[in-house]
Design a protein around this ligand. Structure first.
Ligand code: SF4
Ligand code: SF4
Length: 296
């Protein structure tokens, strides 16, 4: 089957709506933190300009060898990308009614400068936040051009949002796990990162089914600092239709994109103390609890 035909066939599947959020394909295999529309402070821009300098090839290649992937990753790190993951797009990852050409994604993270977190919420903080989005967009288009130059077809998911649910995509790509704040928490950066993606014609991306960060869900259940820290009550706890506890991120209440609020990042222990420290403490606590249970 030609790549165009294959992409078309998969696109038809991608456009289908799965209905009930609780029973969705994604929820069965990933973290429990979900919202009706999407997860995380994705600013939801829709008409982001295509900043590509190179056109898509007419006959895109679909196979990439490991050397090419290594070269791509090295180049990405050299221009500011912190971490790279790979995922296949499933319908739940797309923002409703969005269409993408290629269902395989390269997922990119970039550190949010500490300056953004330290800035007092308001125009200045918003300006810093916007420039972080712009910086990641520039890097993403640069990497997309790199792929096009090597005869792979691409489509950039602008970090400002509007096409794909970035936190969920990052989780699916094994880059981290979604915390109660709705943000992706990664070993490298905790919740302090921006995410973008490149949909690409490569069909043999090194996708890993990696759930090593799923323990974060249990940690968040005991923490809840972001819920208390949110000045707008945009992170709320509620019960699902299945009777389970769920945290909802109410995008309409969040002032992260319009005022540069970052309270949920600032108060998150993963940002304060780092992933390794938290994991260590969590493991120690669990082994103490386990040994107490055995004694009983
Ligand atoms: S703390 Fe700020 S950025 Fe985080 S969810 Fe609340 S309003 Fe949005
Ligand atoms: S503040 Fe606590 S509950 Fe919120 S995301 Fe961070 S670890 Fe999870």
């Amino acid at each position: 089957m030609k790549v165009e035909d294959k992409a078309h066939e998969q696109n038809i599947k991608l456009k289908k709506d799965n209905g009930c959020g609780c029973g969705s394909e994604l929820n069965k295999e990933t973290s429990q933190y979900r919202t009706e529309n999407e997860v995380g402070c994705d600013c939801g821009g829709t008409d982001n300009p295509d900043e590509s300098h190179i056109k898509n090839p007419k006959k895109p290649k679909i196979i990439a060898d490991q050397d090419f992937i290594n070269d791509f990753e090295n180049y990405a790190h050299s221009i500011g990308i912190k971490d790279i993951g790979y995922a296949q797009i499933i319908p739940d990852l797309l923002i409703r009614d969005k269409f993408i050409q290629y269902p395989n994604a390269i997922v990119l993270t970039m550190e949010m400068d500490k300056q953004i977190i330290e800035a007092i919420q308001g125009p200045e903080a918003q300006k810093l936040n916007d420039s972080a989005y712009k910086k990641l967009a520039d890097i993403s288009y640069n990497l997309s051009d790199y792929l096009r130059k090597h005869d792979y077809a691409t489509e950039v998911a602008h970090p400002y949002g509007g096409v794909v649910k970035f936190s969920q995509l990052g989780e699916k790509a094994g880059l981290g796990w979604i915390g109660q704040s709705g943000l992706l928490i990664s070993p490298e950066l905790g919740p302090r990162q921006k995410i973008s993606a490149i949909f690409v014609s490569i069909t043999n991306l090194p996708i890993k089914d990696d759930k090593q960060h799923s323990w974060i869900t249990d940690y968040c259940e005991k923490c809840g600092k972001c819920i208390k820290a949110c000045p707008e009550n945009a992170i709320i706890e509620k019960e699902t239709c299945c009777g389970e506890k769920e945290t909802e991120f109410v995008k309409e209440l969040c002032i992260g994109c319009i005022q540069g609020c970052t309270s949920c990042i600032e108060k998150c222990p993963f940002d304060e103390k780092g992933y390794a420290h938290i994991k260590n403490r969590f493991d120690k606590m669990n082994s103490i609890l386990k040994s107490k249970k055995i004694e009983i």
